[in-house]
Design a protein around this ligand. Structure first.
Ligand SMILES: NC(=O)c1ccc[n+]([C@@H]2O[C@H](COP(=O)([O-])OP(=O)(O)OC[C@H]3O[C@@H](n4cnc5c(N)ncnc54)[C@H](OP(=O)(O)O)[C@@H]3O)[C@@H](O)[C@H]2O)c1
Length: 343
């Protein structure tokens, strides 16, 4: 299934009363880091093609290559400033003066530094949607969101978002300042957020922005045995689902997705994206998924998936997959909201 070249995505509001954005956004992380070598010219062409297709929410973070991804996107954003909604994030900091694992920083002093760095990297004077990327449980969320709200009052940020927070954390945050969006992993392989985050977002009118809706590429059918197929340095080599015996076991789980894809004349990845949309409808929740790609052909394929509607029978066929996935979505699940979610 390809996209009709002239048809644009429909739109939906980003958060209660927020701007209208195309119903699918674009994850830009892979243009700079994580998933193997990138062709910068093709990535730039992909950004332009995405906009033509009606994709208007663009997702980046300061941590995607220490500002490299924000700087890469800056010319595109500035060429189309009035047409794009720019989302970036803070919290995954490098320890100062030393190399080593990132530290999670949610304290107000850090937020004030981080926003200035992102504004400079992006070459803009206001960020449309500013997310806390990860939660530092040592800082009360009220304090963090309070500092983020100051940025709104100062005109540096328009809307606030949170990534990988629990349902309870979302409620506590919303009591301080309206939260437009929660960004969490949600896909046929990753459904842990349905316990706490999804009901909280629905209750509060917060838009869910599902990241890695293609399971970091797994749900496109690109891998038979990722453990042997991923190149040196690919971030997925650190991910339990892509490594060891889990890799081939998880590839075998795609059989029902292939069957549904065939019946719709669609690709496996398109069915994975259509599932996220349909599952959101089941939960009565506004969503703007942000699949990531660096290629024009794939942005066309992914955008076209918004036109696919899965039936109850399709959904029933796909229902058992998540429970069978081998391996957690991060090596340490305290990095995700599910590691802190209380039943
Ligand atoms: N908040 C967070 O903690 C967090 C974590 C991870 C990601 N994110 C955000 O979410 C975005 C999306 O997530 P993601 O990039 O991790 O995972 P994803 O969207 O599930 O998958 C991206 C992978 O799928 C491949 N792909 C995309 N479309 C394809 C198609 N039609 N056919 C075959 N392969 C296809 C991409 O390769 P090509 O690029 O080569 O097409 C890339 O390797 C990121 O870019 C980032 O902005 C946020």
């Amino acid at each position: 299934m390809t996209n009709d070249n002239d048809s644009k995505l429909t739109t939906a509001p980003l958060g209660t009363g927020g701007p209208e954005v195309g119903v699918q956004g674009l994850g830009c992380m892979g243009m700079s880091i994580a998933y193997g070598p990138t062709d910068a010219d093709e990535a730039r062409a992909t950004l332009e093609r995405a906009l033509e297709l009606g994709v208007t929410l663009y997702d980046t973070a300061d941590a995607y290559g220490e500002g490299e991804n924000e700087r890469f996107l800056s010319p595109f954003f500035n060429a189309h400033r009035d047409e794009v909604v720019i989302a970036t994030k803070f919290a995954l900091a490098m320890p100062s003066g030393v190399t080593g694992p990132r530290v999670i920083r949610n304290d107000p002093d850090y937020i004030r530094q981080a926003v200035e760095a992102s504004l400079k990297n992006l070459g803009i004077d206001v960020i449309d949607l500013y997310y806390m990327h990860r939660r530092d449980v040592n800082v009360p969320i009220e304090e963090t969101v309070g500092a983020m709200a100051d940025l709104v009052r100062q005109g540096k940020v328009k809307q606030l978002g949170l990534s990988e927070v629990t349902g309870a954390e979302l409620h506590a945050a919303q009591a301080v300042h309206p939260i437009a969006a929660v960004q969490s992993e949600w896909s046929l392989f990753s459904r842990d957020i349905e316990a706490g985050v999804v009901p909280a977002a629905r209750e509060l009118g917060v838009t869910l922005v599902p990241y890695s809706p293609l399971g970091r590429g797994f749900l496109t059918g690109s891998f038979t045995n990722a453990d042997q197929e991923l190149t040196e340095g690919d971030y997925r080599r650190t991910q339990p689902r892509f490594t060891g015996t889990n890799a081939a076991a998880n590839a075998a789980l795609l059989t029902p997705i292939r069957a549904v894809a065939e019946s719709h004349g669609a690709s496996v990845g398109q069915i994975a994206l259509a599932w996220v949309q349909q599952q959101a409808t089941v939960h009565n929740l506004p969503v703007i998924p942000i699949p990531g790609t660096r290629r024009r052909t794939r942005i066309e394929e992914n955008a076209a998936a918004t036109q696919i509607v899965l039936s109850e029978q399709d959904m029933a066929l796909l229902e058992p997959i998540a429970a069978q996935v081998a391996g957690t979505r991060y090596p340490d699940m305290t990095f995700a909201s599910a590691g802190r979610e209380t039943p």
